[in-house]
Every structure is written in C-alpha cells, then in structure tokens.
Design a binder for this molecule. Sequence first.
Ligand code: URA
Length: 423
Amino acid sequence: MDAIDVIRVKRDGGELAPDQIDWTVDAYTRGAIAEEQMSALAMAILLNGMTRAEVARWTEAMIASGERMDWSALDRPTTDKHSTGGVGDKITLPLAPLVAACGAAVPQLSGRGLGHTGGTLDKLESIPGWRASLTNAEMLDVLRASGAVICAAGTGLAPADRKLYALRDVTGTVESIPLIASSIMSKKIAEGTGALVLDVKVGSGAFMKTPESARELAETMVAIGADHGVRTVALLTAMDRPLGRAVGNALEVAESVEVLAGGGPSDVVELTVALAREMLDAAGITGKDPADALRDGSAMDVWRRMIAAQGGDPDAPLPAAAVTHTITAPASGVLTRLDAYGVGVAAWRLGAGRARKEDPVSFGAGVTCHAKPGETVTAGRPLLTLHTDDETRVARALEALDGAYEIVPGGAADLHPLVLGKI
Ligand code: URA
C-alpha cells in the first residue's frame, strides 16, 4: 500500500477502505509513513471529514496500536468520565472518589493541561508527594484500596494517538471532529472502562464554541462507544463562564476538597452530582444518591485513601503563589458576564498552564473569582484575585481580562443552564 494513494482518496473526498485505515495507522506508528504525509492526510480529513464507518475503523486501529487494559479482576463495575476540557474544570477530583464511594470502580487516565485549559494531573501534582505515573499493577492496587485511581496513561496505551495528536498540535489539524472523537475514544476504550460519561463543554472556554459542534462531537463519540461495547452517554455542559470560583492547580484542589467536605460552589456540586448519577446509571448501579456520599463524608474518605495510595499527603498544606493582585469591582451592580476564555488565558499567563508540553507549571498560580455571573457586586470590593510566582506576569494577565467581565447596575445575567443537553 502507498501513503500517497491514501492521501489522494481523502483529498478527493472519498472514503478509505478498512484495510487502508489499518495499514495507515499501523505504518505511521511504526515510522513507515513520513510526518509530512500524515500531516497532509490529517488536513484532508479535517477538510473533508470521515464517514461513521471510517471513524469506527480509525478508532479501532488506534486502539490496536497498543495495549487494552483489563479490570475483570475487580469485583465492581468500572465507569469513567472524560471532559473535553474547560476553565476551572476540576470535576474529576471530587467525582472519581464520589462515584467510588457509591460502589463503582473508577480507573481514570488523565492528561496534563495545554493552553488555557488546565489538566487534572497538574492539579493533583500540587499535592505534596502525589505521583501521576503508575504501573498497571499499581493502578489495580490503588483501585482495590480505594475504588478510584487517577493517573497518567502509560506509553503502551494507544501509541498511534500519542504520535498523531502531537503532529496535529503543530499542523493546525486538532479541530477535526472525527480526529478528536477517535483520539479521545481510542484512549478511553483502551483504558478498559465498561461505561463512560462524556462531559462535552460548550462555550468560549471550550474546544467546541457552539452547541451544534459540541453536539456533533458528542454524537460521534457516543456512536464510537456503542460500536465498541462501552455504555457511553454524553452531557453537553456550559463553558461560557468558569466552573466554580477557583482556576489554577492548587486553588482547584482546595475547591475540590471543599466539595468533598459537603460545601463548595453550587455549580461545581451540581455538575459533580449530575455526572456521578450518569456514571452510576451507565455502570448499572442503582439505589445510591451521590449527594448523600458528599454529605456523609464517604466520598472524602475515598479521596484521602486514593491520594495516600499514590504517595500524596491529603493533609499537607497546598502550595501558594508568592504574589497576589486583586482587581476590584469598578461599579456596583450585577455581574452579567465573566468570560471563561479570558479567565483561562489570564490563569495560563500567570503560570498555571503551559504553552508547550515540556513547560513546567506553577502550582500556586491562577485566578480566584470572588463573584460569579448573576451575583451582585459592590464598587471597590474584590472581584478577581490573581495569583502568581512572578510579578511581571500580572500585566499580561490583566490584558487577558480586559473586556472579560461586565457589571450592569440593576441588570440580570442571561445564563445558560449548566447542563445543556444529554446524548
Ligand atoms: N483531546 C484528545 O485527547 N484528543 C484530541 O484530539 C483533542 C482533545
């Protein structure tokens, strides 16, 4: 087979045959297709799309490029969640222990942040001693000890995606729905979960800016899950404003612990409980209300066991940034808008995120939102606090926040509901 023939089929709007897909993914993973040829193919896919059969086969080939994990040794059903990423999206942290406290096993492979959205592993690494890299045997031990594990995917899991995602990142081909869907689902299916809930974010702070594109991505991923025997549902959720009040690694861990202690911002609690219900339902676990496990401390118990099992000290003080800068409300009134993207970029510029995969992150950096859209603010009172280790970063963060919020005297915020739909 020849890479040029494969490229020509997609360039001309045709459909790849199953054997062409298998050969392409395998040959690329082995290094037998040049990066420039794969770039051309990725661009042709971005421009011309893929049929459902092509996406299913492409995903299958990516899964087959590496190992498929197996949790059949566990005595509980497995269920997991994937979020397409947003600003202040710390939901995995309270959610995994909460669902485990209700009787499921949660084997969660997570990623690091890139750009304006944070990554679950970066957040958890702000806990002193916590380790993201585990062997499969260690994952099983943590799952047995606590019911939930959150860690980095090993290099053996969907290596084709690892290579292709890095190439897409530098060739302007990330934003292809078939490629995003097959990338996410190949990793989640290879992870071996029996059930999966997708949190597909919509809005300025999300990958998908419009409900239409988010719905298309969600439908594509749900279909892939169904084709592979993984019970998959998707919630479309709002990402036009940040989730919760904390954006940044250690700040978000602290907020997650508040939720596990039965408090925390109402939107974080609402989404955590909504996703937990879906995860339990997809796993076939009935008769448990996740809201009870937040109230009675059982989710917190799992969190503490899970963090300790991965070397972390759940009681250790979290890192704090060296410098804070407070923005006060310029007027009294209702905060009608607080733009997720602006806040995300500000947190990133303060040091919470990275521009390149190799960059370090600052654990203490980020933004605290003292008010949420819909709340009343008073002129001169704190609106946002910026946290950073490097004072020179404040000016660029302020630029990102310029025009990112609006206060209207006597106004009302026109907020979308947090959960916009289910697929
Ligand atoms: N996340 C992934 O894992 N893959 C993509 O292609 C986009 C987001």
